[in-house]
Write a protein that binds this ligand. Structure first.
Ligand SMILES: *Cc1c(COP(=O)(O)O)cnc(C)c1O
Length: 394
């Protein structure tokens, strides 16, 4: 059965059958605590009653019409995203990479519209990740993403993440934008510091560049604010979202200021499925929950609690866990033994986590977790930390 699938993933030998809140159940009925959330996607856990109701209600009325017609759910969700962000306009996609690429097209179109088509290059960061389309892999310096896929898309200059001097030196008359993840996810849960994000805004203002934040992983409440860049008190010109936005239903979105989006006129871009009524209904319900008074404050509180617990584990098991990274409920543990081994042992202890580059184990629990579940996860991590004998670490 597996042989009929292209083997592009090294899959763990477990298949889940059912989910309930922060828990997953496999075919044998074994229960796992899900601190992966489908890689920051099932932000409200599994089978959240409000999302199930929104999806089934919409499913019994209307699935798809086409962007040739008005779609009430799109108009409503776009207006709400605009109300709660820097943006004036939204375009909906089906995935993160598509949303990121729509952002890239929007930036190029903006400068073309201004009669400056030569300004089309985008500065990106080392260990960044923006998806798997040809343009998105071209924006990285990671050989593992690009090997064998040449020729790549032209127009990217990669600089060290967090280094403003190197970034300034890379700006040329052809530079259009700077694209950064406020917290790098796949790259190893690396958090940009606040001064760096503020510096990016200042550099963009100084040189007339667009600031493009990829919040596909770090956005939608994961850090305890709706968007991670809000901690720095700066706003981008363009931002892409996906993952948590749909709570498990495929969706992406690119948000932009009116000025940035000036070239996106009728016929310039499109999508058959993007902004489908089912996706809109679920994302609208996700936003309802995230915006409930106190919800994001609780994410920040419990994230802080989990982060402090992880720091204690680093102190207790320094030969296994080396460092805690991230913010809110987007946390990473840099490991000493291979992260894949740590993840397998955690799974055997009933805790599901995800890998990231730089030998990091990612902890991306649903935003609805409670203190009890944090304690349960820390116990599993503690048991795995304690189970590594000196001999095994040689
Ligand atoms: C996951 C991710 C993407 C790609 O999203 P897909 O839905 O897999 O296309 C892009 N950027 C970041 C920061 C991501 O975490």
């Amino acid at each position: 059965m597996i042989a009929a699938l292209m083997p592009v993933y090294a899959r763990a030998d477990v298949a889940f059958e059912r989910g309930e809140g922060p828990y997953l159940f496999d075919a044998d009925g074994r229960r796992y605590l899900d601190f992966c959330s489908g890689i920051a996607v099932t932000a409200l856990g599994h089978a959240h009653p409000k999302l199930v109701a929104a999806l089934t209600e919409q499913a019994s009325r209307l699935w798809h019409t086409s962007n040739l017609f008005r779609i009430a759910g799109q108009e409503r969700l776009a207006a709400r995203l605009v109300e709660h962000s820097f943006a004036d306009m939204v375009f909906f996609t089906n995935s993160g990479a598509e949303a990121w690429e729509a952002g890239l097209k929007l930036i190029r179109k903006h400068f073309a519209e201004q009669g400056r088509p030569e300004r089309h290059r985008v500065i990106t960061c080392s260990s960044g990740f923006h998806g798997r389309t040809l343009a998105a892999i071209s924006a990285t310096d990671q050989d593992k993403l690009t090997r064998g896929f040449a020729p790549l898309t032209e127009g990217f200059d990669v600089v060290a993440f967090g280094n403003l001097n190197e970034l300034r030196a890379a700006i040329t008359p052809a530079t259009a934008a700077i694209c950064v993840e406020p917290i790098q996810g796949e790259g190893g849960i690396r958090r940009a510091d606040i001064q760096y994000l503020q510096g990016l805004r200042a550099v963009c203002d100084e040189f007339g560049l667009m600031l493009f934040f990829d919040e596909i992983q770090c956005g939608m409440g994961r850090t305890g604010k709706l968007f991670a860049h809000q901690w720095a008190g700066v706003t981008p010109d363009v931002m892409c979202l996906a993952k948590g936005l749909g709570g498990g239903f495929p969706i992406g979105a690119v948000l932009a200021t009116e000025r940035a989006a000036e070239g996106m006129t009728a016929g310039s871009h499109g999508s058959t499925f993007g902004g489908n009524p089912l996706a809109m209904a679920v994302a609208d319900a996700v936003l309802d929950v995230l915006l409930e008074p106190g919800f994001l404050d609780e994410v920040a509180r419990i994230g802080d609690r989990l982060g402090r617990g992880l720091a204690e584990l680093v102190a207790r098991h320094p030969t296994v866990y080396q460092e805690v990274r991230g913010a809110g409920l987007m946390l990473g543990l840099k490991c000493v033994p291979p992260n894949a081994d740590v993840i397998a042992r955690l799974r055997a202890q009933g805790l599901i986590t995800a890998p990231a580059s730089d030998n990091v184990v990612r902890l991306l629990p649903p935003l609805i977790i409670t203190d009890d579940e944090v304690a349960e996860a820390l116990d599993a991590l503690d048991r795995v930390g304690a189970g590594w004998t000196e001999a095994q670490l040689q």
